[in-house]
Ligand binder design. Sequence first.
Ligand code: URA
Length: 239
Amino acid sequence: MRLDKFLADMGCGTRSRLKNDIRKGAVAVNGETVKKADLQVSPETDEVCYQGRKLTYVKMEYYMLNKPAGCVSATEDPVHKTALSYIDSVRKDLFPVGRLDIDTEGLLLVTNDGALAHELLSPKKHMPKTYYAEVDGAITPQDIALFAAGMDIGEKRPTLPAELTVLSAGAVFRAEVTVYEGKFHQVKRMFEKTGKYVRYLKRISFCGLKLDGRLAPGEYRSLTKDELALLRAEHKERL
Ligand code: URA
């Protein structure tokens, strides 16, 4: 890897500024000041110091964010807070894997691993996403059957069969829904089709990964090795 890319990936500045810094002697590789931005370095074996500070190269990052309401699942937005604004990282190439509506809370995977994101979002893979929903109107056994059969929500094809489980009944019904695709406003539109209004929606599971219940809205943590292995195994299983 080029030295200036290594430094830029680690948040030391833009490639053009770094080229200047390198020329001025701000960077040492294995204890020797170097002046060439295109010097090839090995992130695993070379020791790179920038302005006297040793840098450890972190290639891929994986975070579980409990997305709060009011935040958009985008990398940039002129008005709203973005999912990325909650994550404290030097990496500039992080992005959220898929989208949740602005008013939806819950599990959003944030990473810079484009290959994994591509696999998890592939419409061919039918990866499960589970939501906790609070709904105005009584959920009936007919609704459960409609969700299970797949519904026409105005797309080219009906939705894939989805699992709807009632957790509690009352003025507001509490339910869990698992869908196997990611159509725009899918859960809300499926309920709307049965005459119900979703007043609260939270994603509690994504491609086998479960939201850590200790994360308050707006909090995040890195995935554990086991969670990452699970995500990788989940999408491989669905090849
Ligand atoms: N379905 C919705 O309606 N909204 C979301 O944010 C996710 C799934």
